[in-house]
Write a protein that binds this ligand. Structure first.
Ligand SMILES: [Zn+2]
Length: 417
């Protein structure tokens, strides 16, 4: 991919009204753009990173037997009245009346819609268990949207739902999700703490939250400074001795919630009458679980935890490109040609490459390369080129190695292996 054919509107100055590092960098690196407060568009580079996050989620969901579908944003209020959440979620719902006079909303979540969807298709115990998920846009009428895509009015979520015949089935699916979430966040390069949580408006018994300690976090966790053991604020008190190592007292730390899993039980299936016949022909209520990941928030959290003063430093599995090629003097035909040759060879080996073919100063190219944070770059500069050499730089460590220009592709392949 060539920079001049892509669309990466980088910004040098820090945009006004941004508090979070991730918010600043998302805007400055040309990943997202704000349309109005709490509402963001994804630009090509941001979308590539977002798709990488979604790919990891898809792979881990498919691996545990969850099937992807795609529900609607538009939902009739009649459905929400059946569970009483037209009232409990009143403050955050974006509601309106359509031309036919129907009361509608833009879905803030999808428990009602999915329960209604499976209702007519589950008759027998033989059809269970069933696990479905989607990656969808959700809407919340946030009074105070904050930190860019961390708390927005329109955002992307992965939500999964399990349907089981009994509690044992639910526990099995819950455990599978619990582990899949650990894998997803590890692949995103994040250290998460998992805490037992108050399930609040969702209802149900057991739930767990996946938290990433971060300054801008609007939730809190209790962390032991000695061993790192973490607990939810509903599980212990600040100042209490760490239950694991007993060496230090637990301290409160802000954290971002990126995932939440719930054992719902029969709250929604009962309200919407989703039942099946067991072996004896007896009617039973389906038992549900629901499992969410804030996908857009996850992308922001990854940036919040992976940056330096120069910009973003993408983790391997999330980066929008694997490598960047910087011909520093594009007016020099030989330098530009070498960049194109590298681009072709690397692309043919399945490596995603971005070539900065702009007629900009080397300084501007270096700054933008740091800002957009591609993990490795090949720099082709006049002086080195004359000696038959190029440089490869590691964005995270800052380490630069000099290689013969014939060896650059081979070396890059080794690094990325
Ligand atoms: Zn401890």
């Amino acid at each position: 991919m060539r920079w001049t054919q892509f669309f990466i509107p980088t910004i040098k100055e820090t945009p006004l009204g941004t508090e979070a590092i991730s918010h600043k960098l998302l805007l400055r690196a040309g990943l997202v753009q704000m349309l109005t407060s709490g509402v963001y568009s994804y630009l090509p580079l941001g979308l590539r990173a977002l798709r990488k996050v979604e790919k990891i989620i898809n792979e881990e969901m498919n691996a545990i037997g969850a099937r992807e579908l795609f529900l609607t944003c538009l939902q009739p209020m009649d459905l929400w009245k059946k569970t009483g959440r037209d009232e409990t979620l009143k403050d955050v719902m974006i509601r309106f009346e359509d031309k036919k006079g129907r009361q509608m909303c833009l879905g803030p979540t999808h428990e009602e819609a999915i329960t209604d969807l499976v209702k007519n298709h589950i008759q027998s115990y033989k059809q269970l268990p069933l696990v479905l998920y989607q990656i969808q846009t959700k809407f919340r009428d946030e009074m105070r949207p904050r930190f860019g895509i961390v708390r927005a009015c329109e955002f992307i979520m992965k939500d999964a739902y399990s349907f089981d015949r009994d509690k044992e089935g639910l526990e099995k699916n819950y455990q599978l999700m619990y582990s899949a979430y650990q894998k997803i966040f590890a692949r995103c390069g994040l250290d998460v703490v998992i805490v037992g949580a108050d399930s609040g408006a969702m209802g149900g018994d057991i739930s767990h939250e996946y938290m990433v300690p971060a300054e801008i976090g609007e939730d809190e966790v209790l962390v032991c400074p000695a061993c790192g053991h973490a607990l939810g604020i509903s599980e212990a008190k600040e100042g209490q001795a760490c239950p694991k190592c007993k060496k230090e007292k637990l301290k409160k730390k802000p954290a971002i919630e990126i995932g939440h899993i719930f054992q719902l039980g029969t709250k929604y299936s009962k309200a919407l009458d989703v039942s099946f016949l067991d072996e004896k022909g007896k009617k039973q209520i389906v038992i549900m679980g629901c499992y969410g990941i804030g996908v857009s928030r996850l992308l922001a959290t990854i940036i919040e935890k992976n940056n330096d003063e120069g910009g973003i430093i993408w983790p391997k599995e999330i980066t929008p490109f694997d490598a960047e090629i910087l011909p520093l003097q594009v007016s020099d035909k030989d330098i530009l040609q070498l960049a194109y040759d590298y681009e072709k060879e690397l692309s043919q080996s399945g490596i995603d490459v971005l070539t900065d073919d702009r007629e900009e100063s080397p300084g501007k190219k270096f700054n933008d390369a740091d800002l957009i944070g591609i993990p490795y770059r090949i720099m082709i500069g006049k002086r080195m080129f004359a000696e038959g050499k190029v440089e490869i730089k590691d964005r995270r460590t800052g380490e630069v190695i000099v290689v013969a220009k014939e060896d650059a592709v081979k070396k890059m392949k080794e690094i990325l292996k």
